[in-house]
Design a protein around this ligand. Sequence first.
Ligand SMILES: [Zn+2]
Length: 216
Amino acid sequence: MQFAGELIWKGRAWPAAEIVGQTGETFAFKTGGKGRPLELVGPAAWWRNFSDLNLDDPSAILDFTRRRGDPFGLLSPTTQGDTGGWKYLSGLLKLAASCWTTIIPPTSLCTNFDNGHIIEALLASPMFDVTFVPHVAEIRIGASVRRGLNVHIIPKDLGAYMVASAVLHLEDQVAMAICQHCGDWFELKRRGSMYCSPSCRAAASTEAKKGRNNHG
Ligand SMILES: [Zn+2]
């Protein structure tokens, strides 16, 4: 039986985030504004971007916080966040990422027959902080639809969302690739896809046209 659960993330990215200080290896950041609401259904492959993040680079830290949010959900217009737990989270996600090939970039395959020990390590981590909410939903069986039991997986914070995404990707051995426009990891649903989204594909094609025009 396939696992009948749906990962749902409702959070906030902080486009106005700024670094305010550094203590040892830890950067503190603050933000103004209301942030940008994010609502995602299903796992996202950019947990691998977090696993690759250079935590000594303030601009990489800001870029992630501005686009995705604060992994530990501390940041708000009235409270600062910091990168205190980021190394631990990134190490955990590195462990998950080690199950994917890096031989022929940008495509990356999860070819292990058994990922159980890595999934177990992720589930045992305090970072995997999720609530399971059972509910009745439409279940598709071939051409017919019936109503039946389903589970929503609600992560406590963005970090838990990324760990849960990694767990689901390990379970389904999802093939991934790096977007040739924005550099984000994405689920490779069709062989040879180069972009994470229609908007990245469109942006890349606009740039290519501009490039051609500039060269006469
Ligand atoms: Zn992209």
